[in-house]
Structure formats: structure tokens, C-alpha cells
Write a protein that binds this ligand. Structure first.
Ligand code: GAR
Length: 217
């Protein structure tokens, strides 16, 4: 049985689109994108989901102001109504309470465009450029009650070029995000990624001998 996944978005939803495409492209994909929820009415990703035949819902967070519990109660209602088993955050720009995260322990994934634990939070690409790192990347992780932290499922790396701006680096990392998020979801939904306390293990994964060295001579 495919795991029923909801993707939570706030904006353009390019990671959401990558997940929808990956799930649709492979009959053996272990998850079905059963719902897209936006906390922002008019988020660009909503129409992309609809065009792909994925049910959508809007649960606006703004009317709830600082009452995050009331917002999440509504969110939970919608998730329950659709029989959701796993949540993927895709540019969902709303902090979740410890209560909600605990209820969904081991069942919420997030993607962040840096090699966590480096550069969590806002402006990760600006942070990477200011730190002068030569490699950056993206991380898919289980969500805990801290921003952009939690057991790491998968990471991918790209070169940081001497003439990169935050925008050019973001574009290179985004292409990578679209590759690793579906693969990470595949691992989690199939049970190949096993949560063990603060760690996520994938004992059946093939060894990877690729190395990335930057800059080249
Ligand atoms: C993505 O780059 C994602 O990694 C980032 O927001 C963007 C959403 O783009 N998420 C975070 O920074 C989480 N802290 P998308 O709507 O096109 O997927």
C-alpha cells in the first residue's frame, strides 16, 4: 500500500511539483501525493497541484495570528479527513508547535537548501557565501521542534563558485533539491530509512564512492 502524503506549501511549490512528478512517474513509488495544503491563499503551487490532479486545500494561518495551536487544530482536521500518513514540508514558512511535531513524530519531512547543520533559518545561501564555503547543498530531514533541524535522511552537495550570488547558488541548489526530495521520500515511505533517536539510518542503501572537490585547478 502506498503511503498517503500531504505536502504543505506557502509559495511557488517547485519541490512539491518535483514530488508530484516523481510519484506519478513510477508505479512502484511507495507514496501517493494525496493532498497539497497551503497556508497562503493564492500560493503559486496550488494551481500546479490542481493541474496535476492533486486535491488541494487552503488553511490560512494569518487569521489565527499568534494562535498556532488553533491553526494546527484546523490543519489536523484536514489531514485526518484525507487519511494522511506522512507530511512533506515544501517551502512551508510557518513554524509548527512542539505539540504538532510530537504528534507527527517520524512522519514529517522538510527540505532545507543548505548542508545542515550549517546555515539553518533564513538566507541560507547568503550565509554560505559569507562563510566562504566551497560546497553547499540541500538536506532532507525529519522535523523536530527546532527550525531546520532533525535526523538527516539525505543530503546532496554542489560547488559554490567564486562568482556566485545568493540567487545563482540558490538556482543550482534548487535543481539538486528536486532530485533528492523525491528520493528521500522514497526511502522513508518504503521503510528503507529507519529513524533511530536522533539519527536516520538507511542500511540497505548502496555505498556511494563519488567525491566532489571544489574548486578545481
Ligand atoms: C526551497 O528552496 C526550500 O528548500 C526552502 O524554501 C524553498 C521553497 O521553494 N525551504 C526552507 O528554506 C526551509 N527552511 P519551493 O516552494 O519552490 O519548493
Amino acid at each position: 500500500m502506498k503511503r498517503r502524503v500531504a505536502i504543505l506549501i506557502s509559495g511557488r511549490g517547485s519541490n512539491m511539483a518535483a514530488l508530484i512528478q516523481a510519484a506519478a512517474a513510477d508505479q512502484a513509488f511507495p507514496a501517493e501525493i494525496a493532498l497539497v495544503i497551503s497556508n497562503v491563499a493564492g500560493a503559486g503551487g496550488l494551481s500546479i497541484a490542481q493541474q496535476n490532479g492533486v486535491p488541494t486545500a487552503v488553511v490560512e494561518s494569518k487569521p489565527f495570528g499568534k494562535d498556532r495551536l488553533a491553526f494546527e487544530a484546523k490543519l489536523q482536521e484536514v489531514l485526518d479527513a484525507h487519511g494522511i500518513e506522512l507530511i512533506c514540508l515544501g517551502g512551508f514558512m510557518r513554524l509548527l508547535t512542539a505539540e504538532f511535531v510530537e504528534r507527527w513524530h517520524g512522519r514529517i519531512l522538510n527540505i532545507h537548501p543548505s548542508l545542515l547543520p550549517s546555515f539553518p533559518g533564513l538566507d541560507p545561501h547568503g550565509q554560505a557565501l559569507r562563510a566562504g564555503v566551497k560546497l553547499s547543498g540541500a538536506t532532507v530531514h525529519f522535523v523536530i521542534a527546532a527550525t531546520d533541524a532533525g535526523p538527516i535522511v539525505m543530503q546532496g552537495a554542489v560547488e559554490v563558485r567564486h562568482d556566485d550570488s545568493a540567487d545563482t547558488l540558490a538556482a543550482r541548489v534548487l535543481t539538486l533539491e528536486h532530485r533528492i526530495y523525491p528520493e528521500a521520500l522514497r526511502l522513508v515511505a518504503s521503510g528503507a530509512a529507519v529513524l533511530d533517536g536522533d539519527y536516520c539510518h538507511t542500511p540497505s542503501a548502496k555505498p556511494c564512492d563519488a567525491v566532489l572537490i571544489a574548486p578545481l585547478r
